[in-house]
Ligand binder design. Structure first.
Ligand SMILES: Nc1ncnc2c1ncn2[C@@H]1O[C@H](COP(=O)(O)OP(=O)(O)OP(=O)(O)O)[C@@H](O)[C@H]1O
Ligand SMILES: [Mg+2]
Length: 308
């Protein structure tokens, strides 16, 4: 099943589509939380495209990729002469995204003093360009994302709690690929179709390949799957036989829509690890609830997580 740019029919994805539909037409700030490669940027784009700003800009900014001392000018722009080399006024991403949506990826990588400034902008709706004295008002919808658990990021001091609350008006947890039932197969076919279309070929997956796709644990999520299909597409002539990374042979549990699926013979330690991590995901990183549900102390949970 397709939902705009997104592909997937698992329960986890259907629930995600519902959340996107609900929030897209509002002006609420959305905070996406999910592992790397789960499709956070594509989801942010889908929210933008399903809302009333769809004919305006969608601007994606990776906060982790901008040096700390440049981020303020990058977001808010600068005035002519505000620093050496500033030969003319330059607008920042906020103004660039005016009327549209600004997607701030890896929000926890933003320096703390910038987080304070961002919070102020979100609260009063205006800002100053670097070196400017005239306040600038823009109408931008903000979507932020992080691949860390919010609770951990706040605890580690990389996300200010006040900003977290402001951003997380509508938090969306993006499930890892291993929690999406048979979506890996669907996505693989979807990526293969795209490659076939581009190259005017009609390559197919071998039966063995499809079986392997279903069994793999997907630590790198959709991005890993996409790259794997691409590599196999280049290497194979007619039937695709992807070289699966070594984790596919492990007898680890697969999370499928809230269910854990164990192969007989799974090592207890592996099973325990999967149960703990899956429960933690289920409760969106809430360690107190996870420990309570699993019947272990919070301290035991912390110790386990440290060894994982
Ligand atoms: N549901 C999906 N359907 C189709 N393509 C997808 C889906 N999810 C992800 N992709 C594709 O997988 C790749 C990774 O997705 P994306 O860049 O959105 O992940 P991300 O969560 O932002 O990762 P990171 O945390 O590393 O920034 C992209 O090429 C994207 O187009
Ligand atoms: Mg991203």
């Amino acid at each position: 099943m397709r939902f705009g740019l997104l592909c997937g029919s698992s329960k986890a994805m259907l629930s995600l589509y519902q959340q996107i539909e609900r929030v897209a037409f509002t002006e609420a700030t959305v905070l996406l939380e999910g592992e790397s490669g789960t499709g956070k940027e594509l989801i942010a784009q889908s929210i933008h495209l399903s809302g009333r700003r769809s004919d305006k800009q969608f601007v994606a900014v990776n906060c982790g990729a901008i040096p700390a001392h440049l981020i303020e000018a990058a977001l808010f722009g600068h005035e002519k002469g505000s620093f050496t080399g500033a030969t003319r006024r330059q607008v920042g991403y906020f103004e660039y995204a005016s009327g549209g949506t600004l997607f701030l990826d890896e929000i926890t990588e933003m320096p703390s003093d910038m987080q304070v400034k961002l919070l102020r902008v979100l609260e009063c709706g205006n800002f100053f360009r670097v070196g400017g004295s005239e306040s600038v008002q823009v109408d931008v919808r903000l979507i932020a994302a992080t691949n860390r658990s919010l609770e951990d990021a706040v605890q580690a001091g990389s996300l200010r709690e006040d900003l977290m609350y402001r951003l997380a008006v509508f938090p969306i947890f993006v499930p890892p690929l291993r929690g999406r039932g048979n979506d890996a197969e669907l996505l693989a076919q979807h990526f293969l179709e795209g490659l076939n279309r581009e190259a005017a070929t009609s390559k197919r997956f071998s039966k063995q390949a499809l079986k392997q796709l279903r069994r793999h644990h997907w630590p790198g999520n959709v991005r890993e799957l996409k790259n794997l299909v691409h590599r196999a597409f280049i290497l194979s002539s007619d039937l695709l036989i992807p070289e699966m990374p070594p984790t596919s042979d492990k007898k680890i549990a697969m999370v499928a829509d809230g269910l854990l699926d164990f192969t007989i013979g799974t090592a207890l330690a592996d099973a325990q690890k999967e149960i703990i991590l899956a429960t933690l995901h289920h409760y969106r990183g809430n360690k107190r609830l996870t420990a309570e549900t699993l019947g272990i102390s919070l301290k035991t949970l912390y110790n386990r997580l440290k060894t994982y």
